[in-house]
Design a protein. Sequence first.
Length: 502
Amino acid sequence: MTARPGGYERPGAYGRLRRYVSVLAVLAFWLAAGVRGARAQGVRGWVGTTVQMVELRPIAVDTIARDRVARGTDGRLRYNGGVVTCVSDDVCLGYRLRGEEATMAATQDVGFTAWGFGVGGLSFTALLRARTRLGSDLAWPRTDDRFDAMLAYGQWNRGRVRVRVGRQEIRSGLGFPAFDGGSAALTVAGFRVEGYGGRSLARGLRDPANEALRGLEDFVVDRSVYLFGGSARFRAGATGVTARYQREIYSDRSGLVAERGSIDLASVLPRTRVSGSLDYDFGLGRVGKGHLTLAVPLLDGKLLVEASARRYLPYFQLSTIWGFFEPVAYTEGELRAAWSPSSAVGLWLSGGWRHYGDAGTAVVLEPLENTGRRVSAGARWLPDPAWGVDGSYRLEWGPGGFLSSGDAAVRWMPSEDLTLSARAMSFQQIEQFRLGDGRAYGGGVSADARLTDRIRFSGGLTVIRQTASGGAVDSPWNQTRGWSALRIEVGQDPGLANRRSR
């Protein structure tokens, strides 16, 4: 083990594995105790273990002597074919490939709902996750956060009224905010009104906002954030409209973190399906993202034509400095057609156009490119119930990058309990990921098996190799990735109480 600043000592692979097994043992014992108590109550849930492996060559920043750098034909400074940036008269910075590294990450999920506590409509729901990393010091996102309660709330549901208390999540056009608090909903004659509030959790982290920001944005005062919101939904026949308002403030009421609203629409007309949404940022007084999609089935449903219009503006909370840089919005349109002449054959084709707003950047020689285009096509063929073939190709070019990619997959189901798949892919992405004139090729295999009525196992392996691009950073896409997942269902579904065990 190696000593770390501040007295922290990172455990070795054996120590991390031992800690991980300890966490699993505690979770398994706790869940088993709940299942034994299911005779008096009811428990329905699952336990899932996922292990992921990656082997690749990371990119690192390297220093290069100024006298070894030359100016290329495009006017940019280069070394060994790669673009460099000179920070002084003697030193420049470029990129190089580090040695090959491999690491593994494991997650343990436990999710369940329990009921039967002597009060009608009362239940408890939880989704818990433990993480660890095995192998090298190659960073794997979130593995330093050993445990999370993704959801943990009690619920009382009696017909028109639903009340929740605990850690919960709201899914809407304003994102997926999570919070520790309470919510209540009432449904009456096509109307549904909901209110919620509590301590806000950092987006995607399930941690209190002050803890998530600590060390990442030191200029933010360390304080908790409260979230409040509500929604009203009306449904008449095949048309539904939902309006939502959401506000986040510091716990000491010293400042506003976010204030937004949204409206969503979904309707099925005689020959057209319509869906759309729009959100508004009250804090900055501007419209955010929005979309409108029309879907029209033709030829007795064999042909489906969709037309979409979108506007997107990156959103940042008022507590972060990133919103100060005035993110550029874009508008785009897309047309997609899907044709299924039979249940065994399906074809689709789409095309899109995107226009970016004014970046407010001074340009000396020529204006910045602000238009992007893309086309894609795909096909599906099911020669018989046991076999399936899929393929697609995508071409996209726009400001700062170009993408050409294609993939094909074959699926075989020798039985209802086993599915085997093989996939091949190829892509070229110029500028953004420095593939340059090179191209990446890859392939993979996967399997999904139902071992018993309650146990399912899946796993796969993908290998990607890049042809030489002639740049300083050669073959950064060479990598091998593998994964496996085991899921075990526990408890009994009340609606399937008489299901025959396998």
